[in-house]
Design a protein around this ligand. Structure first.
Ligand SMILES: Cc1ncc(COP(=O)(O)O)c(C=O)c1O
Length: 338
C-alpha cells in the first residue's frame, strides 16, 4: 500500500520502529497466580521513542511539529499538569526543530510529594530550554491562552497551539501509524489473534490506534485503560469523537461506538494520585522484566492489564501487547511512593 501518511507534513523525531519484546517472566508469574495459561504477553517499547526520555507524545509531535513548521510558526505553546510528559516531549521537539517553547502548566493534581514541584518532568522542561509558566487549577484557561497567544504575536512571534496531550486529529495520526507498525510486527511473529492494551488519558493514542485498525482493515483489537477521568462513559465518547475526526483525514467513516473499549476501574481517587495497585505493578514489572513504568499512566495501566489477565478477560486472544507509552521521568517526582 502507498504510504498513507505521505501527504501530512511530518518532522522526524522518533527512533522507529520501537522494539516489541516478549514478557516471558511476567507471564510465568501471572500464570502461577491464576493456575491457567494466559495469552503470550508482549510489551511495545514506545518509552524508547528516543526523544528526551521518550514516550508516546513523540509520535504525535512528528505530525504536530510538521504542521507548525508548514504554517511558518516559530513558537510552540502547550499545556498540561505540572508533571506532564507531553509538555516535556513538546519542549524537546521544539528544541530539535529550532522553535521557541512556552509551557503553561496547571497545579491540577493535589499531590504533596516533596519532589513533585521541582523534579521529574518539570526539571527536564527547564533543562530543555522551555519557558515554564505555572497557573492555579482554577485559572480561566480560555482567557489565559488568548492572552498568551496575543503576547507572542505582539512580540512578532507566530504561535502554534498544541492541545493537551497533543490530542487532536493531527496528533492522533502518530498512533494510526503506530498501529500499522504493531500489527505488522505481530504478523511477522505469526502470533494469531491479538489485542493492544494501553493507558488512555487525553485520548489521542487510543483514537489513533482505533483508526489504524480501520485503515488496515484487520489486526489486533484495542483496549484502553482510563487513567484520567472519573466519568468513563464521557471519556469514551470524547475518544470516539476524536477517532471520527482522525478517520475523516483518511476519508474513512467515523468508527462505531463499540470500537472504543475503556476500562474505568483503575484510575483510583483521581488523575495523578497514586494507588497501591499502581505501585505493586510498577515494582513487579521492574523486578520481573527490568522495565520502568511511570506512576501516573503506565503504572495504573499495567495494574489494569494484570487484573484483566488474571480475570481471564483476554482469553479470546493469543497475544496481548502492553503499549508502554513512557513517562518514566515521573517516577522521580513521586519518589516518596517507592
Ligand atoms: C506516559 C503516558 N502514557 C499515556 C498517556 C496517554 O496518552 P493519551 O493522552 O494520548 O491518551 C500519556 C499522556 O500524557 C502519557 O504521558
Amino acid at each position: 500500500m502507498a504510504d498513507p501518511f505521505a501527504r501530512f507534513p511530518r518532522f522526524p523525531l522518533a527512533h522507529l520502529p520501537t522494539p516489541l519484546v516478549e514478557m516471558k517472566r511476567l507471564r510465568a508469574t501471572l500464570s502461577g497466580r491464576m493456575n491457567a495459561e494466559p495469552p503470550r504477553l508482549f510489551i511495545k517499547r514506545d518509552d524508547c521513542t528516543g526523544l528526551a526520555g521518550g514516550g508516546n507524545k513523540t509520535r504525535k509531535l512528528e505530525f504536530l511539529i510538521g504542521e507548525a513548521l508548514s504554517q511558518g510558526c516559530n513558537t510552540v505553546v502547550t499545556t498540561g499538569a505540572l508533571q506532564s510528559n507531553h509538555a516535556r516531549q513538546t519542549a524537546a521537539a521544539a528544541a530539535a526543530a529550532g522553535l521557541r517553547c512556552l509551557l503553561v502548566l496547571f497545579e491540577s493534581v493535589p499531590y504533596a510529594g516533596r519532589a513533585y514541584r521541582s523534579s521529574g518532568n518539570l526539571l527536564l522542561d527547564r533543562i530543555l530550554g522551555a519557558e515554564v509558566r505555572v497557573e492555579q487549577a482554577d485559572a480561566d484557561a480560555g482567557a489565559l491562552f488568548r492572552q498568551v497567544m496575543a503576547e507572542i504575536e505582539a512580540g512578532g512571534g507566530k504561535p502554534y497551539l498544541v492541545p493537551v496531550g497533543g490530542s487532536n486529529a493531527t496528533g492522533s495520526l502518530g498512533y494510526t501509524a503506530a498501529y500499522l507498525e504493531i500489527a505488522d510486527a505481530l504478523d511477522a511473529l505469526g502470533t494469531g489473534p491479538a489485542r493492544i492494551v494501553h493507558a488512555s488519558s487525553s485520548g489521542g493514542t487510543q483514537a489513533g490506534l482505533v483508526v489504524g485498525r480501520q485503515l488496515r482493515g484487520h489486526g489486533p483489537s484495542v483496549a484502553g485503560i482510563n487513567v484520567y477521568r472519573a466519568d468513563n462513559d464521557a471519556m469514551a465518547a470524547g475518544i470516539l469523537a476524536l477517532a471520527g475526526k482522525t478517520a475523516a483525514l483518511f476519508e474513512l467513516a467515523a468508527p462505531e461506538a463499540g470500537a472504543v473499549v475503556l476500562d474505568g476501574a483503575h484510575l483510583g481517587p483521581r488523575y495523578g494520585l497514586p494507588t497501591e495497585e499502581m505501585k505493586a505493578a510498577v515494582e513487579l514489572v521492574a523486578r520481573e522484566e527490568g522495565v520502568l513504568l511511570d506512576p501516573v499512566y503506565t503504572g495504573k495501566a499495567m495494574a489494569g492489564f494484570i487484573a484483566q489477565v488474571l480475570a481471564g478477560r483476554h482469553d479470546d486472544v493469543e497475544a496481548l501487547v502492553f503499549l508502554h507509552t513512557g513517562g518514566m521521568p515521573g517516577l522521580f517526582a513521586y519518589e516518596d511512593e517507592f
